[in-house]
Design a protein. Sequence first.
Length: 313
Amino acid sequence: MSTSNQATTSGSASTPVFAAQQTTPAGPPASRRTVKRKTWQTVIWFVGLLLLTAVVLYPLLWLFLSTFKPNSEFGQNPGLFPQAPTIENYGKVMEGIAGVPMWRFFLNSLILAVSAVVGTVLSSALAAYAFARVQFKGLGVLFAAMIGTLLLPFHVVIIPQYIIFNQLGWVDTFIPLILPKFLATEAFFVFLLVQFIRQMPRDMDEAARIDGAGHLRIFWSIILPLIKPALITCAIFSFIWAWNDFLGPLLYLTSPENYPLPIALRLYNDQTSSSDYGATVTASFVALVPVLLFFVVFQRFLVDGVATQGLKG
């Protein structure tokens, strides 16, 4: 009797253990499933970004590979790769056109772009300091008028400006393209620097003023070093805009030896005769290389200038 009770007791005690073993879920732990899910999400994002990058870079790749196509393949070979690769187009571009070598076009573009950078950065920084730190009558009206010029199309002032520069005898020179850059005519850059300077605490200005510093010393020794990221941002955009400018040089420059690269590219396509598409594509790619290199070198400063929020006092 006692033996059967012990067997019954032992059987009833072993039953929950067996049931617990049967109800234990199978499969990998939750942490492993989470890691696996994150891995698949990473792969999907990577593939999507890779496809998007391919779509964005396809025109640039097509432009580069088309520089090795002879003229006979343009219009007949819509594919990406040339059927009969050649470097003859680069030789034509280096020789120049209209009796002007290619290096002269590069030099003209470089003069205009560098002058635009220097003039825009200096004049915009001075104007921004005046709007942000100097109190004078009509400050609000002048600032509103400056912002209003952002809504004014460039085409509205083309005729008056051309008449003025023509009367001064500056047509077919670089002066009409360079002089306005030194007069803070780029309201976008002025507004950008004003917002940047306004975020800085005025305690530094007051401390420098107690030590006897004037506006010029405060601007040069305190403000300029602190707004360096914004100045680099203005320099990058100003360089790219001036390098790619087409309408301004088209209006004021008439001699081929004064043409920058955007105007020189037009010489390869003459409507009265056959166009040299191979040289046109090659010259376009060569003109694009300095902008790409400039952007790659200074893209870190561009991100810093756009993302920074100034100082917090």
